[in-house]
Design a protein around this ligand. Structure first.
Ligand code: SAM
Length: 227
């Protein structure tokens, strides 16, 4: 009886979150986000990626603290960055800054099980937090590693796409080296006044400024120094 009641309550709770997720996705659709990204964001349960005391705010379109002074990015920012990358099924993607694991899960949802996301996170506690969240949400084709993401992850390079989820002083040279020719990278650049760039690697390198953003700093060898 008790187990049945708990099961029923859990299902009702999940339905409630699904309704909130639908509202979040409708808001993103109104902002002009593409169908594939919207579909992925309808699937990823953001409430499994936020700290338990913030679960009721999981579907608000704003960043939330996840501990260690870091944040899970706002849904519209995750959506825009995925849209700019034009992710495709089967791609190999590098993420710098796993944080909660949510953004990696959205990428993983879009590229499907034939693709793979490698995410590098600097803070060990967040490596464990993101791994736990990704496992609970069922994403097996995401690998989170501890390290300095400004150096990329040469063992799995080259990457079709790279998503940097913290603000850099400039594009770290190892990331450009590890991006395939024909590949794309999104990266916020700047310390206080930050802008999101779409970087395309062809014969040369093209950079397109997209919009003003606010991200936590990228800290590392080719990033900012820790205070
Ligand atoms: N993508 C995350 C999510 O979905 O929750 C949000 C990322 S948060 C805005 C930025 C993350 O970048 C933080 O977790 C921070 O610890 C990490 N970070 C900062 N510098 C880094 C570096 N050099 N290498 C890897 N991660 C870094």
């Amino acid at each position: 009886m008790k187990a049945e009641k708990e099961n029923r309550e859990r299902k009702e709770e999940e339905r409630g979150y699904e309704e909130e997720r639908r509202r979040m996705v409708e808001g993103l659709r109104a902002d002009g986000i593409g169908e594939e990204v919207l579909e992925a964001m309808m699937h990823v349960k953001r409430h499994l990626f936020v700290p338990p005391h913030l679960i009721e705010q999981a579907y608000g379109d704003y960043p939330l603290p996840i501990g260690e002074g870091q944040t899970i990015s706002a849904p519209h920012m995750v959506a825009m960055m995925c849209d700019y990358l034009e992710l495709e099924k089967g791609e190999k993607v590098l993420e710098v800054g796993a944080g909660s694991g949510y953004h990696a899960a959205v990428i993983a949802e879009i590229i499907g099980k034939t693709g793979h996301v490698y995410s590098v996170e600097r803070i060990q506690w967040l490596v464990e937090f993101s791994r736990k969240n990704l496992k609970q949400a069922g994403y097996k084709h995401v690998t989170v590693m501890q390290g300095d993401g400004t150096l990329g992850l040469s063992e799995y390079a080259p990457y079709d796409k790279i998503s940097v989820t913290c603000a850099a002083p400039d594009v770290p040279p190892p990331l450009l080296e590890q991006l395939k020719t024909g590949g794309k990278m999104v990266i916020p650049i700047g310390r206080y006044m930050q802008e999101l760039y779409l970087v395309k690697k062809r014969n040369g390198v093209e950079r397109e400024k997209k919009c003003n953003v606010v991200f936590v700093p990228l800290i590392g060898r080719y990033g900012f120094r820790e205070h």
